[in-house]
Each structure stands twice: as C-alpha cells, then as structure tokens.
Design a protein around this ligand. Structure first.
Ligand code: AMP
Length: 114
C-alpha cells in the first residue's frame, strides 16, 4: 500500500519514532507546529477518525487516546497543558489519509483554531 503512515508504522521508511506497540505508533511530525508535535497513529490503515466509528474500533481509538496522554507525560508537556487534534476530511485540512492524532505542546495555544 502506498500510504506513507502505513510505511512508517511498518518501519519501512525513516521517522523519529517515540513509541510503538502492537496497535499504535507515535513519531515526530516532520513539519512541527509547536515545540512538541507528535503524531499518534493506528498501525492498521483507517482513513480518519470517521472511518473508525463503530464497535469494532472502540478499543483501538481508546488506546490511541491513552497513548496521546502517555506521550504528553513522556515529552513533559502535560503539566503546562497540551492539545490533541485530529483533522477529518478536506474542510478540516486533513492532508494524510491515515487516521492520526496530533499531540501539540510546549507553547500557549489560541482558541478557536483557524
Ligand atoms: P493533517 O494535515 O492533519 O493530515 O496532518 C498531517 C501531518 O503529517 C502534517 O502535520 C505533516 O507535517 C505530517 N507529515 C507528513 N509526512 C510526514 C512524515 N513523513 N513524517 C512525519 N510527519 C509527516
């Protein structure tokens, strides 16, 4: 499959991986928008969070969110606060069609997002 995040999860192309288990992989974003910017992905291909709706994926989505929180601890951004974001589809600006949660921290952030 040509999906770049599938290749990262299979360690077929280089990435700065900070966490990996049988369900999930986390790695540094190549174009960081904050001092800490990690992407948390399922190892299996799902196009977006919308694709993961339904009982089959409840455990997986819960696990991915747990990994996000664990990464925030690991990267020492939890105490000051951080943001977890997933973009779904064109209007939200999703540019890679493999479900990913952005974990962003290390600076104050604005709300609402642009
Ligand atoms: P989104 O726009 O929500 O789909 O986010 C996709 C993110 O993937 C962007 O922040 C990109 O900088 C990041 N990205 C794309 N290719 C790579 C890569 N090979 N390694 C790490 N991050 C990547």
């Amino acid at each position: 499959m040509a999906c770049i995040f599938c290749k990262i999860a299979r360690e077929e192309i280089p990435a700065q991986i900070v966490y990996h288990d049988e369900l999930a992989t986390a790695f540094r974003d190549i174009n960081p928008k904050a001092p800490v910017h990690i992407l948390v992905i399922p190892n299996q291909h799902l196009t977006s969070l919308h694709d993961a709706v339904g009982e089959d994926h409840q455990t997986l989505v819960g696990h991915l969110l747990q990994v996000c929180a664990q990464i925030a601890e690991q990267e020492k951004i939890a105490q000051d606060g951080y943001r977890v974001v997933t973009n779904i589809g064109r209007n939200a600006g999703q540019s890679v069609d493999h479900l990913h949660f952005h974990v962003l921290g290390g600076r104050p952030m604005h709300w609402p997002p642009g």
